[in-house]
Ligand binder design. Structure first.
Ligand code: 5GP
Length: 178
């Protein structure tokens, strides 16, 4: 098995490019069926989802739009805790069929904080497509409508996901060797 070093840590192969591609096709096919005639708006959450979003969107054959946002989190007051704001969300979501594209749902904290802000704009529907999901890490339950792989609670890199800024350009997904 070919292990690789990213920064100071050792990673081993976990999901091959072919396996990922097959899954992305399956998700795209399902979305093509579910959203025919609905002109959905994909919202890809940067940075981690950029490769998944690009590969997925290429396989979307129905009329659709995509935009990219970045989430910035800062500490609010004691009662509000962590506050998350979206940078770059300049499309009106009212009455739109929205599909969030995430790289990975880990604890679920990010989407738990962010989804109510989207619901606030009264989209016609709001669903989530996430390539990876770590059920064992759940703090806030998030229903992932289009889920690629359920994975163990291990740190992964590649296919857009980084470790300290590196590894996003690896075409496969690797997991930390512990
Ligand atoms: P959550 O708020 O669900 O805990 O975390 C979401 C974000 O944490 C993801 O979008 C991703 O950027 C980052 N993250 C969570 N788990 C991993 C992982 O195993 N590897 C990498 N590279 N990032 C992760």
């Amino acid at each position: 098995m070919q292990t690789i070093m990213v920064h100071d840590k050792l990673f081993q192969p976990y999901l091959s490019a072919a396996v990922i591609d097959e899954k992305v096709s399956a998700i795209a096919n399902q979305i093509n069926k579910d959203y025919e005639g609905k002109h959905p708006l994909f919202i890809a959450i940067l940075n981690g989802s950029f490769i998944f979003a690009s590969d997925l969107f290429k396989k979307i054959s129905i009329e659709a739009e995509i935009c990219f946002i970045k989430l910035a989190s800062y500490k609010g007051t004691k009662s509000t805790g962590q506050v998350i704001t979206a940078i770059g969300l300049d499309t009106d979501l009212f009455n739109r069929h929205v599909i969030i594209i995430e790289d990975i749902v880990d604890t679920g904290k990010t989407l738990h904080e962010f989804l109510p802000q989207l619901h606030h704009q009264h989209p016609a529907s709001l669903k989530i497509a996430a390539l990876l999901h770590k059920p064992a890490a759940t703090v806030h339950h998030i229903h992932v409508d289009y889920s690629g792989f359920s994975i163990p609670n291990k740190f992964v890199v590649g296919y857009g996901l980084d470790y300290s800024g590196l590894g996003r350009n690896i075409p496969e997904i690797y997991e930390l060797v512990d």
